[in-house]
Design a protein around this ligand. Structure first.
Ligand code: PLP
Length: 409
């Protein structure tokens, strides 16, 4: 009997479990303290009534044999695919067909599973810092080699550094013989909160076409984009259907984090070594996934109704006001920070050369504020913290004040 040895290669605990352990230890010792969490990227505003009504109605349909639903299509119901095509892509002048789309139970599922399409020898490039699922899922599959504690890097991973010096926007610039086969890009970015312009993204698309690489584009935060020159979809770039897979989620767009639904686009033009990745995923999905719940797909459909759309926009504006409040307060206090304009995250420099975890502990102990250590997202995240705009406005104002008051002490 042999277990999968790759799990032992994963360093440490899952970031948010480690934070939760520290917070619960603090609360045990300080039961009366009021801890404010601006750490995990989970929404706080409730669902629109129209969404809940759609779910309730879909639930009622299950009482009647004429309308009862058992297993649905493993890649999603056509009613939802059509709505996504019309409302999320035709509005960007992007043409997709229903069989380019794969509805799933969330982008984390897809971000973790998509690496199955590639050989274990495929060279992977991931930004540093990045959403941890990209690295961890490739490690579990046995693809990234060994982790070196000293350099905090994986022997077989091509790291794309994202630092203050490059404004957290790397360009495709790889050493000869170090060309990646698969490139993960997340824009607007979690955790830095910085988004790529269309020209910057086009450079990556051009690179991928030239080198026959595949881009995995995570657009989980596209609904937070405010600037016109930031693309909402990678398919706004010339030629992207030939080289890019796009993942999107209803979690942050529609406050659906607890509902579990997202989707992945694999255009049929995406052919590598003569093989259609769309055909491979069409074969993979019914083998490993039996489709997203009908009730939740009906709820997702309701998000495209005009009245619901308006309420969801108001929720986004609510979170954007939180982000703006933090940005303004940090600007006024001359605190170094990034992001927060086209994304619900702010990337804050730690004060006094503290490490991310040192500042985490200080804020928890002295100010009872919990934000996420940037080092949990990669070596380049050291010395930074990620703040989320998904809290309530009141918590955001209070936590910001506590941070500003203690930053330069
Ligand atoms: N991708 C990124 C970049 C995220 O930050 C998140 C969630 O925080 C996800 C994907 C996961 O989304 P979902 O809730 O659809 O699984």
């Amino acid at each position: 009997m042999k277990i999968n040895p790759n799990f032992n290669r994963l360093p440490g605990n899952y970031l948010f479990n480690h934070i939760a352990e520290k917070v619960s230890a603090f609360k045990e010792g300080n039961p009366d303290s009021e801890v404010i969490k601006l750490s995990i990227g989970d929404v706080t505003q409730p669902l629109p009534r129209g969404v809940v009504e759609a779910m309730t109605q879909a639930g009622q349909e299950q009482l009647n044999s004429e309308t009862f639903k058992g297993y649905g299509p493993s890649t999603g119901y056509p009613f939802l695919k059509q709505a996504i095509i019309v409302h999320s892509y035709q509005t960007l002048n992007i043409d997709l067909s229903e069989d380019d789309l794969f509805i799933s139970d969330g982008s984390k599922t897809d971000a973790g599973a998509i690496q199955e399409l590639f050989s274990l020898e495929a060279k992977i490039a991931i930004g540093d810092p990045a959403y941890p699922t990209y690295i961890d899922s490739n490690v579990m599959a046995g693809r990234l080699g060994h982790y070196d504690d000293m350099s905090q890097s994986w022997s077989e991973l091509i790291t794309i550094p994202m630092t203050v010096d490059n404004h957290f926007q790397a360009v495709p610039d790889f050493d000869e013989g170090e060309q990646p086969d698969v490139i993960y890009i997340c824009s607007p970015n979690n955790p830095t909160g910085v988004a790529m312009t269309k020209d910057q993204l086009q450079e990556w698309v051009d690179y991928a076409i030239e080198h026959e690489s595949v881009i995995i584009f995570d657009g989980a935060y596209e609904s937070f984009i405010q600037d016109d020159h930031i693309p909402h979809s990678i398919y706004e770039c010339e030629g992207a259907k030939q080289c890019a897979i796009e993942m999107r989620s209803f979690s942050k767009t529609a406050g659906f984090t607890g509902m579990r639904i997202g989707y992945t686009v694999l255009p049929k033009e995406l052919v590598i070594e003569g093989q259609s990745l769309n055909a491979m995923w069409t074969r993979r999905q019914p083998t490993k996934f039996n489709g997203t719940s009908y009730i939740i797909q009906r709820a997702a459909l309701a998000t495209f109704e005009p009245e619901v759309k308006k309420e969801l926009k108001d929720n986004i504006v609510y979170y954007q006001r939180n982000a703006q409040h933090m940005v303004d307060a940090f600007n006024d206090a001359r605190i170094e920070h990034y992001g927060g304009v086209n994304a619900p995250y702010i990337w804050l420099k730690t004060p006094r050369d503290l490490s991310s975890w040192e500042y985490f502990d200080e804020l928890l102990q002295e100010s009872q504020v919990v934000i996420t250590p940037g080092s949990g997202y990669g070596a380049n995240g050291e010395g930074f913290m990620r703040l989320t705009a998904f809290g309530t406005y009141e918590d955001t104002v209070e936590a910001t004040q506590r941070i500003v008051e203690t930053y330069y002490k």
